[in-house]
Design a binder for this molecule. Structure first.
Ligand code: B12
Ligand code: SF4
Ligand code: SF4
Length: 401
């Protein structure tokens, strides 16, 4: 049975009070929609069928797919879904890097605290607020990237914006630097009008700027080639042909949002204080990163989204970016990683990076390690890197560095 509101509160008054409270909690975007099968469910299913989710198997689990299709499997009495947006810093406001050292780039949503920790208590507070206005118990489910729902579909249906060609949810007033969160509730609130217009027009800046060409014409991504996937979700090797495309991205990627005219013109410099940048996490020193022990890594990134990559993924990314910099100052740090890191994944990518840098010092380290390395995959990377060094020497490209 649907719970009744306190007799003194009208449905419109309740929605407006919830919106005010949501704003107070930092959610600058707010909308309400009905819990129905997502309009874009067929797009999601076809995306899965083509394997574009890569190793993100949790997206394809049968139970999770069924829940995406039917919100009642999430909350049987669900009547409305409140969709919220929390603003994070603009990538262009990246803190200045230190004077020396080689620094990588981290996606702006991950500069501060982990939103998976920051947002849920606020959703609980919002639910408590709603409960305080009800005569009967409120049933609810709260999500922020934490459940089997299509958050962008819900957000566009709740009127928050449209799904751009880069697949991000874009608010025409303030761009796409938002994280989404939802509250499924067993009371009915008035729906907002869905966002039905497409403001991308003939623009294709995101498609042209994406370094790996993973933005597809059907408004989905091939996640397997997306730098965000490769540096965060992917737990194995970064495919050799995609390593140069990582550029300096060591965790996530913001390029397809940074080039978007809606962000260039309208993204606000204001963001939630909980997502304030921590300089050393936003622009990390990559040589220092390579020397992080498991204990140091867990301590430095406690409470940060970067923890998700795990130490071996993060150091793998750091090695790739150092390889892309092709700066001989990185050779000693890469040499130590190749000689002594306990993770074959890190050693393999350190070898690749040394091959990219080339020169006598890098070649010597590779030659030494080819005699002592026991892991077959790392040995194969060392051999490929030795060849890359020779090629560099012949062409004279790396000798000049
Ligand atoms: C898996 C995932 C990823 C994967 C795959 C992303 C993708 N685009 O498919 C990877 C790891 C690559 C990724 C990267 C990022 N992610 Co992510 N990710 C998710 C997650 C968990 C599921 C997304 C999903 O189901 N993808 C499958 C595709 C098919 O669905 P979709 O992305 O929702 O896209 C819709 C459109 O393609 C649309 N569609 C299809 N055809 C058509 C045709 C037309 C005409 C239209 C209009 C729409 C349309 O239907 C799809 C389904 O609704 C969501 C949280 C969630 N539960 O929804 C967060 C989420 C989408 N990610 C988020 C963020 C912040 C990011 C990054 C910006 C992080 C970063 N800086 O590195 C990047 C952005 C990359 C990008 N351009 O999308 C936010 C997005 C907020 C926003 N404003 O849009 C979300 C909502 C998390 C959150 N709670 O805030 N992510
Ligand atoms: S996040 Fe980067 S790699 Fe992924 S689609 Fe956007 S520009 Fe391409
Ligand atoms: S860059 Fe252009 S095409 Fe891409 S999402 Fe923004 S407006 Fe749409």
């Amino acid at each position: 049975m649907e719970p009744t509101q306190n007799s003194s509160v009208s449905s419109v008054g309740l929605k407006s009070a919830i919106k005010t409270e949501a704003n107070r909690l930092g959610f600058t975007l707010f909308g309400v929609t009905e819990p129905k099968t997502p309009d874009t469910l067929p797009d999601f299913l076809s995306w899965l069928a083509q394997g574009r989710n890569g190793s993100m198997d949790y997206l394809a689990v049968e139970r999770a797919v069924a829940r995406r299709a039917d919100p009642r499997l999430i909350l049987p009495d669900v009547r409305s879904v409140i969709v919220l947006g929390l603003r994070y810093p603009r990538p262009a406001d990246l803190p200045a890097s230190a004077a020396s050292g080689l620094h990588g780039r981290v996606a702006a949503y991950a500069w501060g605290k982990d939103y998976h920790d920051l947002i849920p208590p606020r959703l609980e507070q919002l639910a408590k607020f709603i409960q305080s206005r009800m005569d009967q118990p409120l049933a609810y489910k709260a999500y922020t990237d934490t459940g089997p729902i299509l958050e962008r579909d819900l957000a566009s249906r709740a009127g928050l914006g449209w799904m751009g060609k880069n697949t991000c949810l874009i608010d025409p007033q303030s761009g796409s630097y938002y994280l989404l969160a939802e509250l499924f509730i067993n009371i009915r609130l008035e729906n907002d009008l869905p966002f039905t217009t497409d403001h991308c027009g003939s623009c294709r800046r995101c498609i042209d700027a994406c370094p790996t060409g993973c933005i597809l014409p059907d408004r989905t991504l091939d996640a397997r080639r997306c730098i965000s996937y490769l540096t965060i979700e992917n737990k194995g090797n970064v495919p050799t042909e995609l390593r140069p495309q990582l550029g300096d991205w060591v965790f996530g990627c913001d390029i397809c949002q940074q080039v978007c005219p809606w962000n260039i013109r309208f993204a606000s410099p204001e963001f939630d204080s909980g997502l304030s940048p921590q300089a050393e996490n936003a622009r990390p020193d990559l040589m220092a990163a390579l020397s992080l022990t498991p204990h140091d890594f867990n301590r430095q990134f406690k409470g940060s989204p970067i923890l998700r990559a795990r130490r071996r993924g993060y150091l793998r990314n750091a090695a790739v970016v150092l390889g892309n910099f092709r700066d001989a100052r990185a050779v000693p740090a890469l040499a130590i990683a190749l000689q002594s890191d306990s993770e074959p994944l890190v050693r393999a990518h350190a070898a690749w990076a040394l091959g990219q840098i080339g020169g006598d010092a890098a070649r010597q380290v590779l030659d030494q390690c080819s005699g002592s390395e026991t892991d077959a995959e790392v040995l194969a990377e060392i051999t490929a890197a030795q060849i890359a060094c020779q090629d560099g020497g012949r062409s004279g490209i790396r000798a000049a560095r």
